[in-house]
Write a protein that binds this ligand. Sequence first.
Ligand code: SF4
Length: 359
Amino acid sequence: MNIQKIEQILKDQKQPKFRLGQIKKAVYQDGISSFSEISTIPKELRSVLEKEKILSFEVEKVLVSKDGNSAKALVKLSDGNKIETVLISPKVDIWSVCISCQVGCPMSCAFCATGQAGFKRNLTAEEIVDQVLFWKQYLKNDSARPLSCREYATSSPKGRGGILNNVVYMGMGEPFLNWEEVLESLKILSDPKGMAFGSRSISISTVGIPGGIEKLTEDFPQVNLAVSLHFSQDEKRDEFMPANKNLSLEKLKIELEKYFQISNRKVFLEYILFSKINDSEKDAKNLLKYINSFKKSQLLHVNLIRYNSTDSKDKFISSSAEQTVKFRNYLLENKINCTIRRSLGADIEGACGQLAGKK
Ligand code: SF4
């Protein structure tokens, strides 16, 4: 929603200041899909606002996974660029939204569909927040339709209701390369009069852009931090994540040590397991060594993710379930906090590393 535009309309219509609060509540918290649905404002104002759209983009397509627990939307922005955003249900009636912050991504990670698609532009705060708004409306729409238990278990999330609980900046793009707009979007998402998410229900994932973690600590210390690590040795990280050449694991460690000193909060290390690339016992030992080199290693939590292939000719192959468990057990035996993250939405290419803005 374009707040500045709405403010201007309210000014032109000589409306009292509290009208903006009523509109924000209806849009951000009640999830209305059209200004004409706002019953708390005068009819004349409603008919003026009716000409405006709430979302800044059009949703071209929504794909729903077979189990009905995730959906991916292909979004067409006003300039014709396309992005993707994903809705996931980690638990019954609880939903998480995965949002994009850039069209494409300049980081060019070799295993990531977004990185391979190249970088086009940054998203505005409005375009970022609108992805969450869209899913809120989507979950609400059609909710009057009663569903049988069987239908419910496999139905589209549309109209299923439930609680939109978490927002993760893990879609297309690197948040710290678009910090000003991401920061504005965080303000709207966490504002009690905006979308009212608790800061601890929001997570930001980064490859470790220098200075980025520091900005998050200053501006939003309660937002969760995740690092796309994937490799624990510079040679391998340089090879598959070219951005690492200017970053290095040592520099990343310095940034994280500073973060621990100030916030004392847990950091999630995302580690996608690729067969024969980073899933051997030697790789697990290297990861252990890297984690143990931190003064507060107990604050690091490893999330292991099995790779989701985007192409049959893909040179990256997912680690087997057996190898994944072996890798996790090695870390657990060595007292490292570690979980295998359940990957949702693989059949709609909505899982980690699969977003590319294609039809
Ligand atoms: S993994 Fe993240 S940082 Fe790397 S290219 Fe993909 S979106 Fe960008």
